[in-house]
Ligand binder design. Structure first.
Ligand SMILES: O=C(O)C(=O)C[C@]1(C(=O)O)C=C[C@@H](O)C=C1
Length: 375
C-alpha cells in the first residue's frame, strides 16, 4: 500500500480551510476496484469555516451540503501534529532501554517516547502499523563502516528518511557493584562497541562475547549477577541496570561517530533555507563507464556526494552478459546507494535526478532531510 502526503490549501481569512492528510493508494473496494482513501492529519479553519463544513451557526448539519463536520466523524487513524521538541513522538528502535540508539533518539527528540524492539525489522513495522511515528536506526559508523543490513531494510520497506543524527558514543566499562577490573574474565557487548574499544580489552586480557546491543549486555550481567563479566555500554545503561562505571571513554578513537537515520511514514517538505541532504538508491545497466556517468550527473551540477554504498541485488544476484570475446559472462548485479548534499527543492537536485533517470534502470528517492551539523 503506497502512502502519499497531500495538502489542500486555502486562506484562513477567506473562509476556506487548510487540510492535510495522507492518501492510501492501492486500497480496493469490495468489487476489487482501486480506490483512494483520504485520512485527515489535522485541519486549520478560518472564520467562515461553517460554510465549508456544512454546519449552521447552531452547529447542526446544513441539509444539502456535501461535507459533514469532520470533527464529528470517527477518527481511528487521525494523528496529531507533533511539536519539534519530540513531545508525544513515539520512536521505535532496536535494542533495550539505555542503548546508544535510544541516546541518539533522545538527542534528536528530547521528550520522545522510545519503543524498544528486538529486531530492526520490528522497528520498521512499528511505524508501518502506526504504533510509532518514527523509527531510528544506525546506518554507518566512522570506525566500523556501513551497517549493510539496514541499507537492505531501507529498500525492502517503504518508509521515508526524515532526519539524520550524528552521535559520538561514549563507551564505558561497566561491572556489578564491588567488582574490580582485575576480576573480569570476559566483556560482553554489541560487536561494534567491542571492536571500538579493543585497546582496553586487550590490556585487561579478557575474552569478548557478542550481544545484540550494549544495553542488553548490561541487563544480562546485572540480572544474572555475573561477577566475572564486564560490559561495554553507556553511562545511562549503568544507571538503568544498577552497574558501576569502572572506566569512562574507553573507545580507541575518541571521535567514534555513529550516523543514525530517522524514518517516518510520510516524507517531509524539502527546504532550501538550511542544508538538506537527499538519499537515493538506483541500478544501472552493465557497460564500461556507466557508474562514472551516473556520478557525473552530480559533479556536473557541483553537487557534493557524502556517501556511496553498493549492495548486491539479493533476488537477482547474477547478471548474464553476452560478451562477444569470451562468450556469456556473469557479473554481480548491484544496487547503488548515494547521499548527496542538496535539497529536492533545489533545481540542481531535480535536474541531476532527471538526468540520472534517463539511463538508470531503477531509481528511488529514500528521503530528503536536514543535515545534522551539530558535530
Ligand atoms: O548497541 C547499542 O547500544 C546500539 O545502539 C547499536 C550500536 C551500533 O549498531 O553500532 C550503535 C552505536 C554504537 O556504536 C554501538 C552499537
Amino acid at each position: 500500500m503506497a502512502l502519499k502526503c497531500v495538502a489542500v490549501m486555502g486562506w484562513p481569512d477567506s473562509g476556506r480551510s487548510i487540510a492535510s492528510g495522507v492518501v492510501f493508494n492501492g486500497v480496493r473496494n469490495s468489487n476489487g476496484e482501486p480506490r483512494k482513501i483520504f485520512v485527515s492529519l489535522g485541519r486549520f479553519s478560518g472564520p467562515a469555516d461553517n460554510q465549508k463544513t456544512g454546519k449552521s451557526s447552531t452547529g447542526n448539519d446544513v441539509p444539502g451540503k456535501l461535507c459533514r463536520n469532520l470533527v464529528s466523524l470517527p477518527k481511528p487513524l487521525t494523528i496529531s501534529v507533533t511539536p519539534n521538541d519530540g513531545t508525544q513522538v513515539r520512536i521505535s528502535f532496536k535494542g533495550s532501554p539505555g542503548s546508544f540508539t535510544e541516546d541518539a533518539a533522545l538527542k534528536a527528540y528530547p521528550n520522545c517516547e522510545t519503543i524498544p524492539c528486538d529486531e530492526f525489522e520490528e522497528a520498521f513495522k512499528a511505524v508501518e502499523l502506526w504504533l510509532a511515528e518514527k523509527a531510528i536506526l544506525p546506518i554507518e559508523n566512522s570506525s566500523g563502516g556501513s551497517i549493510h543490513h539496514n541499507y537492505d531494510l531501507l529498500l525492502r520497506h517503504r518508509l521515508h528518511i526524515v532526519g539524520e543524527v550524528q552521535f559520538v558514543a561514549n563507551f564505558c566499562l561497566l561491572a556489578r557493584p564491588g567488582i574490580r577490573e582485575e576480576k573480569l574474565k570476559c566483556v560482553l557487548s554489541h560487536p561494534q562497541a567491542l571492536a571500538s574499544s579493543d585497546i582496553v580489552q586487550t590490556q585487561l586480557g579478557v575474552a569478548r562475547e557478542n550481544i545484540d546491543d550494549t544495553a542488553s549486555a548490561a541487563q544480562y550481567v546485572a540480572s544474572n549477577g555475573l561477577r566475572d563479566a564486564g560490559v561495554v555500554a553507556s553511562a545511562r545503561a549503568a544507571e538503568i541496570y544498577g552497574l558501576n562505571i569502572l572506566a569512562d571513554r574507553i573507545q580507541d578513537d575518541p571521535d567514534n561517530i555513529t550516523r543514525f537515520l530517522v524514518l517516518a511514514r510520510d516524507p517531509i517538505m524539502p527546504r532550501t533555507d538550511k542544508p538538506f541532504k537527499t538519499s537515493i538508491v538506483f541500478t544501472l545497466d552493465e557497460g564500461p563507464g556507466v557508474l562514472t556517468k551516473a556520478l557525473a550527473v552530480f559533479a556536473l551540477r557541483e553537487i557534493n556526494l557524502t556517501k556511496i554504498e553498493s549492495r548486491p541485488q539479493k533476488m537477482r544476484a547474477l547478471r548474464v552478459v553476452d560478451d562477444s570475446n569470451t562468450g556469456r559472462a556473469k557479473y554481480f548485479d548491484y544496487l547503488f546507494y548515494i547521499d548527496f548534499e542538496a535539497s529536492m527543492a533545489d533545481p540542481r537536485a531535480q535536474n541531476a535526478l532527471g538526468h540520472l533517470q534517463e539511463f538508470a534502470t531503477f531509481l528511488r528517492i529514500l528521503g530528503c532531510y536536514p543535515m545534522d551539523t551539530s558535530l
